[in-house]
Write a new protein. Structure first.
Length: 205
């Protein structure tokens, strides 16, 4: 049973987020017979003792989904830049079945009924004015910060150019096929929920 887990040393203010997916693994082993395969964790345990925080964060049906989830969480937690994390990388764990997972994921999205179900869920979100306004404010603030830090040059367009962009955007939604393609593309970007990330982000520094 593949799963992701959290180890923590509250006195030292150090944490580790990892994934376990070896054959026959079980959530009962974490904190008892297994503490991570990371050499950095083993070194930290040798110097500071066993963690006083041991949590199973999420259980998965396949190791591929567990590996992908760990990668997403580590990226969003910015573990490389945050010194409270023992993790030294946010890369996906090495797994020989990555190609098989990609193929299975593609097959899942080829199911029109599934794709449209997710698509409709995303559409309903954007119909919520409060939610849409919040997303738009966040996007504007992010772009403003990038421009302030010279990470992204400010683009100035004339009214004529803006009108061309608006017309092009409308044309993309003219046909049913194009609307479906756009909907599926948007839906994919919202599949991963950030509940786990938000909870872990509340850990003390």
């Amino acid at each position: 049973m593949p799963y992701t887990y959290l180890l923590g040393w509250s006195i030292q203010g150090k944490y580790y987020y990892g994934v376990r997916y070896s054959k026959g693994c079980d959530i009962t082993e974490i904190g008892n017979t297994y503490f991570s395969s990371s050499k950095y964790v083993k070194q930290f345990i040798a110097e500071n003792g066993l963690p006083n925080i041991v949590e199973v964060r999420k259980v998965f049906n396949t190791r591929e989904s567990a590996i992908l989830w760990e990668h997403i969480v580590l990226r969003r937690l910015k573990v490389i830049k945050d010194t409270k994390w023992i993790n030294r990388t946010d890369n996906k764990a090495i797994n020989g079945d990555a190609a098989a997972y990609s193929k299975a994921s593609k097959k899942k999205w080829d199911d029109v009924a599934y794709a449209m179900k997710v698509s409709n869920g995303v559409k309903n979100k954007w119909l919520d004015k409060e939610w849409a306004d919040k997303r738009n404010r966040t996007a504007k603030e992010t772009w403003a910060l990038k421009r302030k830090n010279d990470a992204m040059p400010k683009i100035i367009r004339t009214e004529e150019q803006k009108e061309r962009y608006r017309a092009a955007a409308l044309r993309r939604w003219e046909s049913k096929e194009k609307r479906q393609q756009q909907s599926i593309a948007i839906s994919k970007s919202w599949l991963v929920r950030d509940k786990d990330v938000k909870n872990i982000s509340k850990l003390p520094h």
